[in-house]
Design a protein around this ligand. Structure first.
Ligand code: NAD
Ligand code: ZN
Ligand code: ZN
Length: 344
């Protein structure tokens, strides 16, 4: 089968022909219908060899959807032909967070060598993929796989981040979304669906800001040195109740710190590695700063229910398998508006 692989540190991903995988006991083989392209892969492919945590070659793609082609011994509850999405942050299934469906925070994944598909295990940008356990399958029940596949990360990650701050996002509050790309443009829709807050979006180009407005941002402003002041102005001086930073670089964490309200939340989702200094007098009183990772199985179920209710619609740009390297190139240069999805 064809698969998009990261093979050489520092090189671009390459289309390769690899052996068709076969499901072992408890595993499920999917014929991939659609696979999303996440900016985290760009970060992964920039890591130096000495810190690289995954075996190479690595088949990319941690957002996957497909139809069940075959099931290994002992798999129950599904049938060949079922259309499913893949829950990506695989855990052991048995430790306390996993038992609660929060496999993104598995306590034993490292020790047991469990990796998410596309982030250590063979991923979804391939004609077929192995899912390690049927509990990591979420039935699509009528949802379109191409439109839905980004929700497994670009939907689930912001959903988990936003849910933490929902009790604060009361009428009169404001949420700021920095970086309105794959995750950010879904975050805007989730905020509009889940709370009455004013939503202010920030990005660096007018086409991204236009997408932000079209998916429901009340305001969309350029992300520059004046952006924090602009939020103060738009909130009558109060600042933002919750800031979701989908970039995580020094200029954006500075904006987050500069516009957050007293008792507000700063959530850093982007993995560019910048920090927010926390300490008395460094931020408005009682601000919380957090950096979450992906989301739980239950939350993925909830996100797909929101999609079924029509509350979120991903802006998708599709690429045939042979153009998968081009999708990464375009994402790298900031040219994808919404989410790139590969059709293997
Ligand atoms: P993306 O490229 O689709 O979107 C990023 C957006 O940020 C783009 O629209 C870009 O124009 C914008 N941007 C860049 N610099 C900016 C700036 N200075 N100010 C405002 N906007 C700016 O990327 P994505 O796939 O949506 O991922 C977003 C980030 O989230 C990445 O860092 C990714 O690695 C990370 N991520 C984290 C998790 C997690 O669990 N924490 C999960 C998925 C992705
Ligand atoms: Zn991702
Ligand atoms: Zn676990």
């Amino acid at each position: 089968m064809k698969a998009l692989q990261y093979r050489t540190i520092g090189a671009a991903p390459e289309l390769e022909t690899v052996p068709d995988p076969e499901p072992g006991p408890g595993q499920v083989l999917l014929k991939v219908s659609a696979a999303g392209v996440c900016h985290s892969d760009i970060a992964v492919m920039s890591w130096p060899e000495k810190d690289f945590p995954y075996p190479l070659p690595l088949t990319l793609g941690h957002e996957g959807a497909g139809t069940i082609e075959a099931m290994g011994e002992g798999v129950t509850g599904f049938a060949v032909g079922d259309s499913v999405a893949v829950y990506g942050p695989w855990g052991c299934g048995a430790c306390p967070p996993c038992a609660g469906g929060r496999e993104n925070y598995c306590l034993r994944a490292g020790e047991l060598g469990i990796f998410p598909p596309g982030l250590g295990s063979p991923g979804a940008i391939a004609e077929y993929m192995i899912v390690d356990d049927a509990r990591h399958l979420e039935p699509l029940n009528g949802l379109d796989p191409v439109q839905t596949v980004p929700l497994t990360d670009a939907g689930l990650t912001p959903y988990h981040a936003i849910k933490r701050s929902l009790p604060k996002l009361v009428p009169g509050s404001t949420a700021v979304v920095i970086g309105t790309g794959g995750l950010g443009h879904v975050a805007i829709q989730l905020l509009r669906a889940l709370c009455p807050a004013q939503v202010i979006a920030m990005d660096v180009t007018e086409d991204k800001l236009e997408l932000a407005r079209s998916v429901g941002a009340h305001e969309a402003v350029l992300s520059d040195a004046a952006a924090a002041d602009k939020v103060r102005e738009l909130t009558g001086g109060l600042g933002a109740t919750a800031v979701f930073d989908f970039v995580g670089a020094a200029p954006t964490t500075a904006t987050a710190a500069g516009c957050v309200a007293m008792e507000g939340d700063i959530t850093i989702v982007g993995i560019a590695g910048a920090s927010v200094p926390v300490g008395f007098g460094l931020l408005p009183f009682e601000v919380s700063v957090t950096a979450p990772y992906w989301g739980s199985r239950g939350e993925l179920h909830e996100v797909l229910d929101l999609a079924r209710a029509g509350a979120v619609e991903v802006h998708v740009e599709t690429f045939p398998m042979e153009d998968a390297p081009l999708a990464y190139e375009r994402l790298h240069s900031g040219k994808i508006n919404g989410r790139a999805v590969i059709l293997p």
